[in-house]
Design a protein around this ligand. Structure first.
Ligand code: SF4
Length: 480
């Protein structure tokens, strides 16, 4: 099959969207003047992963450029956007629940525009359900149409016709759209979209489409801008960052991209997610070991410790191969923090399969594991596998896995007692406002006391007390 090359959406199309942003802003000003109203307000609710959180920052960026003030109160606004997730069934149910609850608001304010976008809307049966049952929704658009949001909003505003746009442009990426970031310390940077892996339980390739990489020069430009704004940490995002660049002309690699970012910028901290074990290269591990700016943290989803189940999941690695990768990572980067995702109750999971997972968790010694109960997703191969595991069995296994991982996390955290760690301070702790909070390079949460405001600074903290999920300490030294 011929290689599909990713291209950039033409500049004229992006300029057209900026033109629509201005038109929406003018329309909002006209409405405000004619009705003697305040400025237009927008509410954005995000469901799901970091990719969605960052997409919401792009949505907020476009809304701000259209003259909307972003608010966290949906009762008093002119547009409500739900950016949805479909990885788990209960996330979809939540969205429908929230949409139902908006019916009263829409009755009270018929001018309110309700928008649903994100992964859920790339599934035709979901769009049908919204069309039939949620007549309060004005606009539905898919993950591939994000950059067209200004034009779609303008059309809805001026025609008041319910609009659905989920068609795909599966080999293009948009550059140059505005972003309103939630933090001025840390930032997400998307490096690629989509996934070609088709793990048998996962809906992502069907809703996010093929892998599309951004050009290295565009990623570099964005990171340089973030650095000039004082951002201290970037997290490079993609469903499968290890596949980065295969679709570019000339082709690029993720290790090469990291190397380039480290050489061309002075950003103090670089993280990335998510990696697929089948694609992780020795060059990537060497690159991580070489550059101090790349955080000593690796999130490497294993999903199961049973090679038999991994095959049914279409993960394309074995337990042994996974452990080899981990051993190599530990050898090259001593003290690295390791995290993972694990699914409990995948169809056909036996007690022996589960014992393999427990064994792997012990052998790796993860700092943290994100454990999930298998969620059946319509349209994926695993949804039709016959041997679904009974709920009570899954729950009992889930609790056992959690107890094991909690013990391991605590054991690892205990080794930090008395150590001095480097922390990027994010601000005052939400629960304890006389303490600051931040993360180590390995991603551990540290709450600490400091005699003055160290928000946004990378500081040295001495660890004085240990919790299972966090460390506590006191400021030793400010950044140079
Ligand atoms: S790698 Fe597998 S689990 Fe991850 S997004 Fe792609 S298909 Fe889903």
């Amino acid at each position: 099959m011929a290689k599909k090359i990713t291209t950039i959406i033409p500049k004229e199309e992006i300029e057209k969207q900026y033109h629509f942003m201005q038109s929406v802003q003018s329309e909002n000003e006209r409405i405000a003047a004619s009705k003697g109203k305040r400025n237009a307000k927008a509410f954005v609710r995000t469901f799901g992963c970091q990719m969605n959180e960052h997409d919401s920052e792009k949505i907020s960026g476009m809304l701000t450029s259209m003259g909307y003030e972003i608010t966290d109160c949906q009762e008093d606004c002119d547009i409500i956007v739900f950016n949805t997730c479909c990885v788990r069934e209960n996330a979809e149910e939540k969205v429908f629940g929230h949409l139902g609850a908006l019916k009263g608001l829409k009755r009270a304010n018929p001018d309110l525009i309700i928008v649903v976008c994100g992964c859920m809307t790339e599934q035709p049966h979901i769009v049908d359900e919204i069309r039939k049952k949620y007549k309060n929704v004005d606009l539905v658009f898919g993950t591939h149409n994000l950059h067209r949001f200004p034009e779609l909003i303008y059309n809805v505003m001026t025609s008041r016709v319910r609009t659905y746009e989920t068609s795909r442009t599966d080999s293009e990426v948009a550059e140059g759209m505005p972003v309103k970031r939630d933090s001025n310390i840390k930032a997400w940077v998307t490096i690629m979209y989509g996934c070609d892996n088709y793990c048998s339980y996962c809906i992502v390739p069907y809703v996010r489409g093929h892998e599309r990489s951004r050009r290295p020069e565009d990623i570099l430009k964005e990171i340089k801008e973030l650095q000039s704004q004082g951002i201290k940490e970037v997290t490079l995002l993609g469903q499968n960052v290890n596949s980065y660049g295969k679709d570019l002309e000339p082709a690029a690699t993720f290790a090469g991209l990291l190397d380039l970012i480290c050489k061309e910028t002075d950003i103090p901290r670089i993280r990335f997610m998510t990696s697929h074990p089948k694609d992780i290269s020795p060059e990537l591990i060497d690159t991580m070991a070489k550059h101090p700016a790349i955080c000593d943290q690796l999130h490497l989803p294993v999903q199961s410790g049973s090679t038999r189940l991994l095959e049914k999941m279409n993960r394309r690695y074995t337990k042994e191969r996974y452990l080899d990768i981990i051993n190599n990572v530990k050898k090259k980067i001593p003290g690295i923090s390791l995290t993972t995702d694990i699914i409990v109750g995948f169809p056909g999971e036996t007690e022996e399969d589960f014992a393999e997972t427990l064994d792997l968790v012990e052998k790796v010694g993860y700092d943290n594991a994100f454990t999930f109960i298998y969620s059946k997703r319509t349209g994926t191969p695993a949804a039709s596998y016959p041997d679904q595991v009974p709920d009570d069995v899954v729950k009992e296994r889930f609790d056992r896995l959690l107890a094991l991982q909690n013990g391991i996390s605590r054991r690892i955290n205990d080794t930090y007692e008395g150590k001095i760690v480097e922390v990027l301070t994010e601000g005052l702790s939400k629960n304890n406002t006389d303490r600051y909070t931040g993360r180590t390079g390995g991603g551990k949460i540290v709450n600490f006391t400091a005699p003055y405001d160290v928000t946004g600074k990378i500081v040295n903290v001495k660890i004085t007390h240990i919790q299972t999920w966090s460390l506590e300490g006191e400021l030793i030294e400010d950044e140079k």
